[in-house]
Design a protein around this ligand. Structure first.
Ligand SMILES: NC(=O)C1=CN([C@@H]2O[C@H](COP(=O)(O)OP(=O)(O)OC[C@H]3O[C@@H](n4cnc5c(N)ncnc54)[C@H](OP(=O)(O)O)[C@@H]3O)[C@@H](O)[C@H]2O)C=CC1
Ligand SMILES: CC(=O)N[C@@H](CCC(=O)OP(=O)(O)O)C(=O)O
Length: 321
């Protein structure tokens, strides 16, 4: 029986991890008294009693919690941005390569990837690894996400009465999808660049929409960013070969005239699963890679559980669909 503590169990990500683990008979969940959830001493006790602690906290609190751990056997899986580019921590996207997987298997410190970053990296990393995409590529990426990505505060904002309802002649603040991070320094850019080995940050436009969860991360690949001329079909073949033996990353067949449901990409098609679907679109010299995932699944709690399973030497898919 593995003892598991979720630091931040009342938050959006923490709640989901707890829910996913509640029915497992190989896991004993350690719960904190809600009154003491910000008490460093009590958190320290539970962290050091656990085999695995998930940190589902703001960055500063995650750093503090990681420092409270003195038990050399406790494995920490951090859902926040705090340790994702720290070389002492494994980056928990094991599908990228055997080296990434090994790091999750062996390291007691695992950083769970950001949701937008997961979509971007899953599409871009294999193309760099294959030598097709230049490390100094000029990339432009937009990512459509549901509002749960913004945590409790954004969820409350979107779910406030009337916030999403539109009447003729009125424009409620949150009715239409909204591009954000317009200062071009989104918190996921450092991990996107470091993990892929990119020399330049992509121009990254996240867009939050008036729906709960699900995301589509789309990157434009210009021929000038490639080491040799390639078609969208060539790119699809590289990605399909890269992820052929993975459980949760599915590369869809290339279609010149995509026959998508309702004629468009559905950011919610992976909702409730730990899957990521990778699509490649394009005509003549234009190429677009789009990755769909549940921002609360493969983008957060699903990936966190998958990383725990791998780190404990279990089947990576236990408790996940
Ligand atoms: N939502 C998402 O899609 C994703 C979020 N993440 C990351 O996971 C982490 C948690 O995010 P999310 O679940 O959305 O956030 P929420 O805002 O939903 O929850 C955060 C929780 O942490 C608690 N908390 C805050 N400060 C402290 C502290 N000092 N000590 C102990 N507990 C504290 C909060 O308690 P209280 O409410 O009482 O303040 C709250 O319960 C963040 O780093 C976020 O960036 C990662 C992937 C996806
Ligand atoms: C809609 C929204 O605000 N989304 C968040 C990303 C949520 C997430 O996954 O980021 P972390 O894992 O790094 O917390 C954002 O863009 O900042």
């Amino acid at each position: 029986m593995f003892k598991v503590f979720v630091d931040g169990e009342a938050g959006t990500t923490g709640l989901q991890i707890n829910e996913r683990l509640a029915n497992r008979d190989d896991v004993e969940l350690l719960h904190i008294d809600p009154e003491l959830r910000k008490d460093a001493k009590e958190r320290q006790r539970l962290i050091n009693e656990s085999d695995v602690t998930f940190l589902c906290l703001p960055d500063a609190a995650s750093k503090e919690s990681a420092e409270l751990c003195t038990n050399p056997k406790t494995k920490i899986i951090d859902a926040s941005t705090a340790h994702r580019t720290n070389p002492a921590w494994a980056y928990g996207l094991s599908e990228l390569s055997p080296e990434f997987r090994k790091a999750v298997e062996t390291n007691t410190r695992i950083a769970n990837p950001g949701c937008h970053a997961s979509g971007f990296i899953l599409g871009v990393y294999p193309l760099i690894a294959a030598g097709l995409l230049k490390k100094n590529a000029d990339l432009a990426t937009y990512s459509l996400t549901g509002y749960s990505g913004g945590g409790k505060k954004m969820i409350a904002d979107y779910e406030a009465e009337g916030a999403q309802i539109s009447h003729p002649g009125e424009s409620p603040r949150l009715f239409a999808p909204r591009p954000y991070a317009l200062g071009h320094h989104h918190k996921h850019l450092p991990e996107m660049m470091q993990v892929c080995g990119l020399e330049k940050a992509p121009i990254f436009n996240p867009v939050v929409g008036p729906y709960y969860k699900g995301m589509a991360v789309s990157t434009a690949l210009f021929q000038s960013s490639l080491t040799k001329s390639a078609s969208a079909k060539d790119v699809q073949e590289i990605l399909a070969a890269h992820y052929a033996n993975t459980r949760f990353v599915k590369v869809l067949p290339f279609e010149e005239e995509p026959t998508l449901d309702a004629g468009s990409l559905n950011p919610t098609e992976c909702n409730g699963t730990n899957e990521a679907h990778v699509y490649v679109f394009g005509k003549d010299s234009s190429i677009q890679v789009s990755v769909i995932l549940d921002n609360l699944g493969k983008g957060a709690s699903g990936a966190a559980i998958q990383n725990m399973n791998i780190a404990l030497g279990l089947d990576e898919g236990i408790g996940l669909v």
